[in-house]
Design a protein around this ligand. Structure first.
Ligand code: NI
Length: 168
């Protein structure tokens, strides 16, 4: 068990496309298990590998708190293969502290990827599960919630961040 450090915006690992995983081996299984520990330790409902500084296409999601019918999910190389209509949802991110905004998402999605044994899986989710999956897959594509906000709000957050840095 290992709780890793959460990388925060504007670290460049969060703004570039993460790499496809060719083989789901022990190293990847260790990464998944550390990501799960890190997610729980920070009270998160999802985490993507770039958020722990690893530019690889792995996400973990656990929204049981909001939807007990779901379970802990980890997906390697996740790819959205179907999606429903648009919905706006209030979101925050462990890598963008202090920012909670309404973000346009899809109501439900279907994702294809690999499980921790390297077998192909499909995960279909709606509600919080769908939102969390979209949020984490965004991270793999170098996108954070800021990129889905209006420019005005994004600039405001960046300004606040600069100010906070000045104080540090
Ligand atoms: Ni996030």
């Amino acid at each position: 068990m290992a709780v890793l450090e959460i990388v925060t915006y504007p670290n460049s690992v969060l703004t570039r496309r993460a790499e496809e995983i060719e083989k789901v081996d022990r190293e990847i299984r260790k990464l998944i298990s550390d990501m799960v520990d890190t997610m729980y330790a920070n009270g998160g409902i999802g985490l993507a590998a770039p958020q722990v500084g690893v530019s690889k296409r792995v996400v973990v999601v656990d929204v049981r708190l909001y939807d007990p019918s779901t379970s802990l999910i980890s997906i390697v190389n996740p790819e959205v293969i179907a999606e429903g209509e648009e919905v706006v949802h209030e979101e925050g991110c462990l890598s963008v502290p202090g920012c909670v905004e309404g973000i346009k998402r899809r109501k439900w999605i279907k994702v294809r990827g690999l499980n921790e044994r390297g077998r192909e899986i499909e995960v279909e989710g709606e509600g919080m599960l769908a939102i969390a999956l979209q949020h984490e897959i965004d991270h793999l594509n170098g996108k954070v919630v800021l990129d889905r906000m209006s420019r005005v709000k994004r600039d405001l957050y960046k300004k606040r961040l600069q100010k906070a840095k000045g104080r540090a």
